[in-house]
Write a protein that binds this ligand. Sequence first.
Ligand code: 3EB
Length: 343
Amino acid sequence: MLQLLHLPASALAQAARDASSPLLGAACFGAGAGPIPHPLFPLASVQVEPLASEPALCEAWSTQGPLQPGKTGCVHWCSNGDVLFAVLQVAEAVTANAAGVPPLQAASRAAYADLFTALDALGYPHLLRVWNHVPDINGESAGVERYRLFNIGRQDAFLAHGRTVSGANVPAASALGAAANAPLLVYCIAARQPAVAIENPRQLSAYHYPQDYGPRSPTFSRASLATFGPQHLLFISGTASIVGHRTLHAEDVAEQTRETLRNVEAVLQQAHAKGVAGIGLANLYYKVYVRHPADWPVIRAELQRAAGAAVHAIALQADVCRSDLLVEIEATGLQTTNQDLRA
Ligand code: 3EB
């Protein structure tokens, strides 16, 4: 069983001391988070700023013990017997590099190669959910958009480690920007057992995007559904105003938000067909990545209209992987079956 906590950074140390539900891992957003002293769990320090009133926000995963933490290569991880939370960062400047390979592409490949080596060695080979923060994601290096370089390096590593880059074994993911001087940051949840991958019938699978969006398609599914005993976890990937493979409503943030939420609903429908009808728009945990902070009130109003005024949401300023996208929304759903609760 996992629980997802949204909390201010100042409350993370307290949550970490709660021995009845220890932390498997966490991500903190914003410079205000500061260093957390000697965490026993992997902590992703994400260089994007939160939009809400809190100076910094954290997303933490709590579970039941016993937990095993460790470090393999540059991968910090912690596992609970079913799942493993992992964090790694790679500075593109220092990645060993064949001549002519742009440093970000090399760093992306190296990050995923190190991750796969660790996951395979630890016995948690199945990636359920990945968060990627690419510094200056909409910038260019060597004349190529940096998100495209990231996609090349990521796909290279999947293939080099014998992993498929389309279909059932591709993880759910989000890909966002980060400060231009930040390292490439990847954090993820992996498992001993595979998840069920879910696609969105309104969208072309991202791993089949045409070459207009780069020489290699992105390697992610629209959602993944994992089951641990009585608990189902639904990880909905970063979702945007894309229908088919095209961006819609390029200049209109309200329309982009509504289109994005139609996509989230379409993914939920697919998940319902796989037995998680209890997860809906109103009980998802959202992370909203906003390109222009001034757009947040409009986005929040649309999200509240769709999901209710009490919606659980973290809002962050981040660049989104296509320069015409103003907002990207990801979501996580948790459902515990009644039958197993009675047992
Ligand atoms: C999209 O639908 C929007 O490259 O891992 C969303 C989620 C997006 C994940 C990724 C990219 C990624 O194409 C962008």
